[in-house]
Design a protein around this ligand. Sequence first.
Ligand code: 4NP
Length: 168
Amino acid sequence: MSSAEPIRVLFVCLGNICRSPTAEAVMRALCAQHGVHERFFIDSAGTGAWHAGEPPDRRSAAVGARRGMPLGGRARQVTKDDFIRFDYLLAMDRANRDELLALAPSAEARNKVALLRSFDSQSPPQAEVPDPYYGGSEGFDHVFDICVAACEGLLRTLTEPPEPPRAR
Ligand code: 4NP
């Protein structure tokens, strides 16, 4: 067990019922699998408030349950406080990212904002997690696979040991 402060990660989408709770569940499960769950504090939120208080969308929840990474929590809207409470605010798409950048109260806060898929070295620049809400069930499986690839990259990045000093 580490006594250091946890790394605080907030996943952000539009409604906080499909993509960001999926990313949250995937990241939690990967951290547990790697035995590093105590080093992380993980949450999710939406840029919109329409679904605040609701559980995850049943289609997202079904995929997570089937894949052994169960979704939990209740939807909430992102707040200015989140820029203080979290080290990373990871957006699912560019619209979410731009909303976060507009809400960020300082340059330091803006530096905490990134696209989740920027941590997946196999994805193209500016890649998004597509919104599955109005589509079919295959979209929810696709979102899950994207979140696994991106969260594996995120976990690798955040747990990498620091570079050793260069030999002269
Ligand atoms: P999410 O998906 O942003 O991944 O949670 C959506 C959920 C709800 C709506 C749109 C996207 N909506 O329009 O209500």
